[in-house]
Design a protein around this ligand. Structure first.
Ligand code: SAH
Length: 343
């Protein structure tokens, strides 16, 4: 039997084609997107403009939702983490982060991760499988229910479990739904895709969708980065930064966001801070410092407040745009690098 049509696996354009192939009218794609993504309605019986026959197909033959909420944890700072279960039983996590002026959702792109970064809890899980497009966008659909006072999700960051660029086709289809005016309708600048540095896929991503690019840097020498990010042995700093330098879409108005997890005694010395501006020379950049969030699988610790402050001041003193990301939700293991599910 042919695999049933999973509606959320497709961009609106892709869904038009698939509906036509299934004998439905292509414009039903826009109507379905309005129900599912704009109005947040999942029950076919409520989709009053679709016609009885199509509603029945949606109810019996085709799949609408991809994930179920298994468990929700709320942090004292308002951050909300959910464990979500896919149809095959795979579990992932999403994190909803309320701030004054925005409501950000951090989505996962894979079950586990193959990158094995030595400080990241997801890295210790190993890789299970890629998520489908529907499983990526359904994180937005499910997590909307936990928004404070019904606020809309304003930003989506691909910074949950997994390496987005190793699941690029599904990620691209998901981004297309996020930014399509008839689907979620987010401005592309409100979507950020983070990569550990899968060099050959970076230009491809930006050529397809005008999202923000974040790059997990974490070190200023190959010796240190090799230890933290095993992929660095394949794409060392010169290759990574060289590729970023050649990107036409990166401009001062659309810089690269460099994530730098500060780890005590590993990458937090003054020499590291002093090396960074020269390393990033020629790349419009914003540096985001993230003090290491500890977890049981890793021996690494965050630097002292004094060391963090020193690092930040050196960068700012060299004219770099630098921010300190105080991770949200550490009390519920929802902070950067703490996403992992066992069992
Ligand atoms: N695989 C992609 C997407 C994940 S983003 C990437 O690596 O960019 C998650 C971010 O949290 C990455 O920058 C990652 O390096 C960082 N991170 C991982 N473990 C962390 C930890 N224990 N403390 C702080 N940041 C961590």
């Amino acid at each position: 039997m042919a695999e049933p049509l999973h509606i959320k696996d497709h961009s609106i354009e892709g869904l038009r084609e698939r509906l036509a192939a299934a004998g439905e009218r292509p414009y039903r794609a826009e109507q379905l997107a309005a129900w599912l993504y704009r109005r947040g309605v999942e029950d076919p019986d409520q989709m009053t403009d679709l016609g009885q026959a199509l509603r029945e197909r949606l109810g019996s033959e085709w799949g609408l939702s991809a994930l179920e909420v298994e468990r929700v944890d709320r942090s004292s700072d308002g951050t909300c983490k959910a464990a979500l279960v896919a149809r095959d039983g795979a579990r992932i996590e999403s994190v909803l982060i309320p701030e004054d002026d925005r409501l950000t959702l951090c989505v996962s792109t894979q079950v586990g991760c193959a990158m094995a970064c030595s400080f990241c809890a997801t890295g210790f899980m190993g890789f299970r499988r890629n998520l489908r497009t529907g499983e990526i966008v359904d994180q937005v659909c499910r997590m909307r229910a936990f928004a404070p006072e019904g606020r809309p999700i304003s930003n989506v960051v691909f910074m949950g479990m997994g390496e987005p660029l190793l699941n690029l086709p599904a990620v691209l289809e998901a981004v297309r739904l996020l930014v399509h005016p008839k689907a979620f309708g987010l401005a592309p600048r409100r979507v950020t895709v983070s990569t550990v540095g899968v060099v050959p896929r970076i230009a491809e991503l930006l050529a397809q969708v005008p999202v923000n690019l974040a790059v997990s840097l974490h070190a200023t020498t190959d010796a240190v980065r090799d230890r933290l990010v095993p992929l660095n042995r394949r794409y060392p700093l010169a290759a990574l930064l060289g590729a970023l330098r050649g990107l036409e879409t990166v401009t001062p108005r659309r810089p690269v966001f460099f994530e730098y997890t500060l780890i005590e005694g590993v990458n937090d010395r003054s020499e590291d801070a002093e090396r960074l501006p020269g390393l990033l020379h020629g790349i419009p950049a914003k540096v985001n410092l993230i003090p290491m969030n500890p977890h049981p699988d890793s021996p690494y610790r965050p630097p002292s407040e004094v060391a963090i402050d020193r690092f930040l001041r050196i960068l700012a003193g060299r004219g770099m745009t630098v921010t300190l990301r105080r991770s949200r939700g550490p009390d519920i293991q929802a902070a950067c690098g703490q996403l992992a599910l066992r069992g």
